[in-house]
Write a protein that binds this ligand. Structure first.
Ligand code: NDP
Ligand code: PYC
Length: 339
């Protein structure tokens, strides 16, 4: 009899497993629920680097005593357009859940609003947040640093994080337009997963610690990852360090990794989200509707060329998982159950 290398779980079972692992490792119900939803959503949308694999590092963080799995985020109403949520050393998901309604309400009132999240451990895929905001009716952007592991273009040493940037545009009656990418060529999680499987990585993703191009996932993790689009991705990555770091009074990736001091837990820093109200910008619901129709012309023109919209793969994966459940590597499943 051959044993399948994968385990198939219903979405409910995947959630229950994730929740129980987090609860048993010291998270309270509120945090465990928010984090379990986040990793199961990643697994469901076949974003494996930010799916249930992340439970391993979550638990490492909880067991280190550095992450506060019971933190009560504090909301600070800074100005008519700015809300700050102090995550107080918890994971970012609860802080986002608490801040989102303030962000959207202020965007609806003022036209444009920002949410600054401080002092959070952050590992999640940003599409989850901007997609939720689009469903609340606003266009949104999100960005966050991580741990230094990416060389600036022209350099050879880790400085930037993989620094994701995400954007969403609400599409009445349809999935929102969403893109979400690391400013490195790929997310670090993808190289970690390649290492777990003993796989090589494509040239162009990373350099080894001597600055030479490498296809060895291990050497890549010990060396430095590269930014996408050379100096363009590098500049965007620097922008994210600044806007989600010093602007918010929070840590940059090189400061987060220094604080980690080799514990290899989730990066600790801030996050910036910005929301735009289509109705306010349009000066009313009628012209907003016309503007939305014009946006649809753009999306149609993209797909009419045979190109695909970002997130289309993800939405198709979601539909598959909703029908059949999620597939988990058996080795990972066993490790998660051990936790
Ligand atoms: P990808 O390169 O896989 O995808 C980036 C975006 O491009 C997605 O929206 C994707 O949509 C879209 N896309 C991919 N191929 C095409 C195509 N051919 N045509 C049109 N659109 C396309 O993502 P990354 O590896 O850069 O990042 C993965 C995740 O890692 C992100 O969700 C990010 O938030 C997360 N991350 C989180 C960090 C953190 O600190 N919290 C740090 C770094 C990354 P689709 O999904 O449908 O393919
Ligand atoms: O995959 O690059 C990554 C990452 C860093 C922090 C969370 N995810």
């Amino acid at each position: 009899m051959t044993i399948s290398p994968h385990v198939l779980l219903s979405l409910d079972d995947a959630f229950e497993l994730s929740l129980s692992v987090l609860l048993r490792n010291g998270m309270n119900e509120r945090h465990a629920t928010a984090v379990a939803k986040s990793v199961v959503a990643g697994q469901r949308d076949e974003c494996h680097s930010h799916g249930m694999y992340r439970l391993l590092v979550c638990v490492r963080g909880l067991r280190s005593g550095k992450v506060n799995g019971e933190a009560e985020p504090e909301v600070l109403n800074v100005s008519p357009a700015l809300t700050r949520v102090d995550a107080r050393g918890g994971f970012s998901q609860v802080a986002f859940d608490v801040g989102a309604e303030h962000l959207v309400r202020k965007a609806d009132e003022v036209g444009i609003a920002a949410l600054a999240i401080n002092n959070c451990f952050h590992f999640s895929a940003l599409w989850q947040e901007v997609e939720a905001l689009a469903e609340m009716g606003v266009a949104a952007m999100a960005m966050t640093p991580s741990h230094s592991c990416v060389a600036p273009a022209g350099g050879t040493k880790p400085l930037f994080g993989t620094n994701p940037f995400a954007f969403s545009w609400p599409r009445p009656g349809d999935f929102p337009f969403v893109f979400d990418f690391a400013t490195s060529v790929v997310a670090r999680g993808d190289i970690e997963l390649a290492k777990r499987k003993g796989e090589r990585i494509p040239l162009g993703w990373a350099i080894d610690k001597d600055g030479n191009p490498t296809e060895d996932s291990n050497a890549a993790l010990e060396g430095a990852m590269l930014t996408f689009g050379s100096y363009k991705g590098s500049a965007l990555s620097a922008m994210i360090e600044l806007l989600a770091g010093p602007l918010l009074g929070d840590l940059m990736s090189f400061e987060s990794v220094a604080l980690d001091a080799g514990a290899a837990i989730t990066p600790y820093h801030g996050e910036l989200l910005v929301a735009f109200s289509p109705e306010r910008f349009a000066g009313g619901a009628t012209s907003a509707k016309a503007n939305h129709e014009r946006a649809e012309n753009l999306f149609n023109a993209i797909v009419d060329q045979g190109a695909r919209l970002p997130s289309q793969r993800r939405f198709e994966a979601r539909a598959r998982s909703n029908r059949h459940g999620v597939r988990l590597d058996r080795g990972l499943f066993d490790e998660i159950r051990e936790l």
